[in-house]
Design a binder for this molecule. Structure first.
Ligand SMILES: [Zn+2]
Length: 114
């Protein structure tokens, strides 16, 4: 098991503002929100990113998307939201642990959200 910050949050070794939790995922508030609502859906299994996923992860990846949809509904994003997955070096993601950014709570516009 890797010891990145998300693994520690999943293992309850670090505090986080938990929004919801499922069997394979944990949803927490982003500590540097880029929108009025900014939630991270963390895959409970350590994978550096989508680039490290394989066929065996297909069902879980599907479940993560469904989880994002469910969390969006729970936090009141009925008018719409944006999901972002950063993959690989060029994405300059902050933590090498697969997660989905869920953003919403305003009109997001067409620009790329980091
Ligand atoms: Zn991890």
């Amino acid at each position: 098991m890797s010891e990145d910050i998300f693994c520690k949050i999943i293992n309850k070794e670090l505090p986080a503002s938990i929004v919801a939790e499922g069997e394979y995922w944990l949803a927490i508030k982003d500590i540097h929100p880029q929108a009025p609502v900014h939630v991270l859906i963390l895959y409970k299994k350590h994978l550096p990113g989508l680039e490290g996923a394989a066929n065996v992860d297909a069902e879980i990846l599907g479940n993560l998307l469904l989880a994002a949809n469910e969390v969006a509904s729970r936090v009141g994003l009925g008018k719409g939201f944006r999901l972002i997955i950063n993959s690989g070096e060029d994405s300059e993601r902050g933590v090498d642990h697969l997660h989905i950014h869920l953003l919403g709570g305003k009109r997001l516009g067409a620009k790329i959200v980091n």
